[in-house]
Ligand binder design. Sequence first.
Ligand code: MOS
Length: 819
Amino acid sequence: LPVEPTNKEKMDQPVETLFDKTASNLVGKPINRVEGSLKVSGQAHYSAEIDVDSKVYGVLVSSTIAKGKVEKIDSDSIAHIPGIIKVVTDLKHFLRNSAQGGDTEAPAQGVSEIFYHGQPIAVVVAETFEAATEGAKALKVTYKDETDQAALDFTKELPNAHEVNEKKGSDKNAKHGDPEQGLADSAVTLDSVYHTPSQSNSPMEPHVTLAHWEDDKLVLYTSNQMIASCKQQVMDALDLKKDQVELISYYVGGGFGSKLGIAPESIAAAIASKEVGRPVLITMTRPQVMEATVRRSNTRQRIAIGCNEEGIINTFIHDTTTSNLPGEAFFEPTALSTHFLYRGENRRVSYQMVDMNHVLSGSMRAPGEAVGMIAVECAMDELANKLEMDPIELRRRNEPEEDPSKEIPFSTRQLVACMEKGAEAFGWDEHNPKPASRLEGDWWIGTGMSGTSRGNTLQPSEARAILQVDDSKELGVKAIIETDMTDIGTGSYTVFTQVAADLLGLPIDHIEMKLGDSDLPPASGSGGSFGAASAGSGIYLACEQLRAMLAKKVGLHADTIRIDNGQIKKSGEHEPSKVEVAIDTGKEKVTELVDEKLANKVSGLMDKAVGLMDIASEKTGIPLPESASNLKTATEQYDFSDAQSYALADVIAEYDEQEISAKGQIKPGKNGKNLRQASFGANFAEVAVHKVTGEIRVKRMTGVYAAGRILNHKLATSQCYGGMIFGIGSALMEEVIHDKRDGRLCNHDLAEYHVPVNADVPQLEVILLEEDDPYTNPMHIKGIGETSISGSAAAIANAIYNAVGVRVYDFPITLDKLL
Ligand code: MOS
């Protein structure tokens, strides 16, 4: 357990999760996606595939200037194209960008000016997608007041950097002690500037909306991460009331932050549908996704560290400049983890903003840490080199006892444990700290590591759980879970099914998970790695409520029931009851009473029988092979000693309507304020750099992460693979390039904007360190999705330095920078 909070305002005593009281132990299991077969058989209908009568197609028209005004949009210029229905302009007025999720004060912005190349200014509606595409290309647009004053060159604009809006941003400037003096007084210092480029979220499924009106009600099938706040944005943009908008995203093909808010096609489709009186489908093209939704801002980061000869850090400075459209509040919060990652009584985190006429910058996977930790963790590596110290040892020496910025304890912090575990799994003891010391054939080989951290948060979430009699189910009953939470490919459908199935004692196929519709109870949505914890907690609490109702109905105390395979059972009076385990060894039969909890844990393993043998073998001293001689007997005799059983279906049948329902609601409490919560981890990479061409190949990576309890090991591991692959992209490939002359995005497709493909990704090893963080939420879980992208690029960069002895401060590290 973590250190006891030392603050005046103590946390409420954490409680155990109900998962420890369940019989099935589905939570944690690496089960397959419950909607997987629907997806691979084409039966999971994404928004572009929803069938509605008399649907027409809209294609957005993009501005071809970076700053100025539209003079005229000449609809007549395309009237001759067969199938053209209408050119819809004045999209209240034009759609500057997508608003970012959660920030409902900034609705999708209608503006009369052009702020960036690619900004949507009209939509051409036609009977076919092809006709609309042709029309959008041929449409004659004239501009006025075009200016050469557009801000298109970050370096040139740097002197105009200004303060950020801390109130609206997701991080704050902070200062402790005297950082500059601390630096000046330090025996050993490091002071470096890092640049990371703009990046594109570009999820597999482009931004899309099918809009239609049912009288005064607007129904949008779209692709969003956060349903409730996106609905609010639509209401704000179009002046609609709550009951006038329904927003649906049953399936989402990735978002990576670009779908936290609505994108321009949503409002365009809604307006166009109203004007033509038919459902309008707008699917953004890949270039439009990259030019007109959102990007991760480029960053300029100064990291300055001061320490003594032993490597004990006294000063940590992280100054960042990022870019965004004029007037935008969002800034890339690069230093989120810098506040608490390492020691240092003198610290400063500062943010500056440069106004640029480039597409909106917003959240992209692990906004902040993903690029901030590149700088921090490369700097730590360089400092370790300077000190001639192992980089793990340097980090170990700088473990803070508590958050050094806020002076609050960590809920749990396993950075050191992750580094140690990773070092062992990766074989770090083979690491030779001397750069360019290992040439194998034509390739320089190097290894590097980095630490990882990603803040953990909780968002308000509601859910409804319903138990109803259903004769078509084997157990005569099913559960329906309703919440507007989304599944953006992360596995929400699956992990929430596991949670509900465990708490309600039903098999997976007895749970119906209804997500992604704004008519359902509002949840956190998918963002900031808080989705599973937040929306999951709403579901957990709803199911807990149902359990209490059931217990009461059968005359038991809620703390004493277990629900197992459709049977409500009594499990002893507050004391854990004993379970009888019997093994027939062939010679004699041995029975043992063991703690129910222990037996549950064991019975939850894949091979129940083997688990029971383990217990019997340990308790009786009979070695395993012998106790295995009668497996069948063992499993059959596993039972509760004091069982009282009620069939769930019978109990539910006694209610009116033959169903019961309960609402769960999680509200972020004061825990976040009194404890620093974060997931931690460590990354290790081995690279090869070609001695002639400078080509860089990642040979292998190991990531170790501690993120509280894990709901599903397979899905969590997949999330980590994804994050590590993003790390490869960040380190070596990804870079949005805007033309400095006209603001045009030079590489607006996946042929030119490089992301790692199979050939670039070696075998990845993911290790999830066991952790239980009782202070996070009722489920004791933490965000995992963005943990592994944070810092993984730095491990690769540090490995490249180790391979060839060249430090590159300007990302991505392309081969030209090594030559
Ligand atoms: Mo995540 S960038 O908060 O979708």
